[in-house]
Design a protein around this ligand. Structure first.
Ligand SMILES: Cc1ncc(COP(=O)(O)O)c(C=O)c1O
Length: 359
């Protein structure tokens, strides 16, 4: 095995094993009952799947994404895998699939790590071992409806640092003509259908050199999902003195993120909100009008892959407006980015117990 860690991007690199576990069940009084098999590691990356399987016919599919980090102390940390397990359970229930138990999910992730340790990049590289848990419906069905058989697979792959050079900004373009997910649809779940539905918009944006900013599907007035990531806006204002209502020199830093039933509850965003509160920022989850971009001092997309991807500008082609935010990554988001990475790489104390230390 000879991997040039610095050359890795966000591409699939084959490892020694993937981990699998199958579920076979039946419906009993409206409840799916059955058993998961013990997760096992296999070198076989292919499955023998009926072409009528519910994952292929009706989109019964969900996935996750999480990372293991080699820390500054040489130890291995898996970041918040329990939250990915819980989110996969939500996605499974959202699509009427069997939800893998948290313990089974954890066992499968640990086994995927143990059997692919050689693919965990060294600390200095900034690269990580990414896990892609996948859940698919395998029951052959012709009539429209959910299946009773499922397969969980954990697919590991080393991935490169998101910022091999400098921490930098990305530009976004608004698309009101393609909805990623309906307000009461599946946007809150991590299911393949949402991503296929977004490709028309994301690929059109990429062709123009941008990432895609989705607006809410009902009114197209509010910021929704930010490509395949959550949106964060930072507003800095002067505090008013409580008594005199006069502006004081103290600054109020507001961390704003969209409230929407159609966005994925990002584990990175949740971690950053916790850190932001600890730093004394006002953290708000609410509807964000597009025009509010004018008042943002900093903005970013956030997710497992990038942690934080700062935004320099947002183009609104329908209205002919360009919202210029900040040419360079701003100090508040840069600090939050570093604070979270410090925990993930073991450079700072993990006060929230987010990392499971493996070795
Ligand atoms: C649509 C979407 N939103 C948000 C996120 C960020 O979620 P997380 O921070 O858990 O990776 C992701 C990535 O998983 C995503 O695909």
């Amino acid at each position: 095995m000879n991997i040039n860690w610095s050359q890795l991007g966000f591409h699939y690199t084959e490892t020694d094993t993937i981990v699998r576990s199958a579920f076979h069940g039946r419906w009993q009084n409206g409840t799916l009952v059955g058993e998961w098999e013990e997760p096992y590691a296999t070198t076989d990356k292919f499955i023998h799947l009926h072409l009528s399987a519910t994952c292929l016919q009706y989109g019964q599919e969900a996935f996750e994404g999480l990372k293991a980090f080699r820390g500054v102390d040489g130890k291995v940390r898996i970041f918040r895998w329990q939250d990915n397990a819980r989110r996969m359970q939500q996605s499974a229930l959202g699509l009427k699939m069997a939800a893998p138990p948290i313990d089974l999910f954890g066992k499968a992730i640990r086994l995927a790590l143990q059997t692919n340790l050689d693919y965990l990049p060294p600390y200095e590289t900034g690269a990580t071992l990414y896990f892609r848990p996948l859940l698919i419906g395998t029951t052959p069905r012709l009539g429209v409806g959910p299946g009773v058989d499922f397969e969980l697979a954990i697919i590991p792959s080393p991935i490169g640092p998101y910022y091999p050079g400098k921490f930098h900004c990305t530009s976004f373009i608004i698309n009101r003509h393609v909805d990623r997910a309906a307000p009461l649809g599946t946007g809150q779940y991590k299911v393949g259908g949402n991503y296929a539905a977004s490709f028309r918009a994301t690929e059109a944006a990429h062709l123009q050199g941008f990432d895609c900013l989705f607006t809410d599907s009902k009114t197209h007035r509010y910021i929704d999902e930010c490509s395949a990531a959550n949106f964060i806006g930072i507003k800095v204002s002067k505090a008013e003195s409580q008594k005199s209502k006069v502006e004081s020199k103290k600054k109020v830093i507001e961390y704003i993120t969209p409230r929407s039933s159609a966005i994925l509850p990002s584990i990175t965003n949740d971690s950053l909100m916790t850190l932001a509160r600890e730093k004394g920022y006002r953290v708000t989850r609410r509807h964000i009008r597009l025009e509010e971009l004018t008042d943002m001092n900093e903005a970013a997309a956030c997710g497992t892959a990038c942690v934080i991807s700062p935004i320099d500008k947002v183009i609104d082609p329908d209205k002919g407006i360009t919202y210029t935010i900040s040419e360079q990554p701003g100090p508040i988001l840069t600090d939050l980015y570093q604070s979270l990475q410090d925990i993930q790489y073991g450079r700072a104390k993990d006060r929230h117990g987010w990392c499971e230390l493996i070795y």
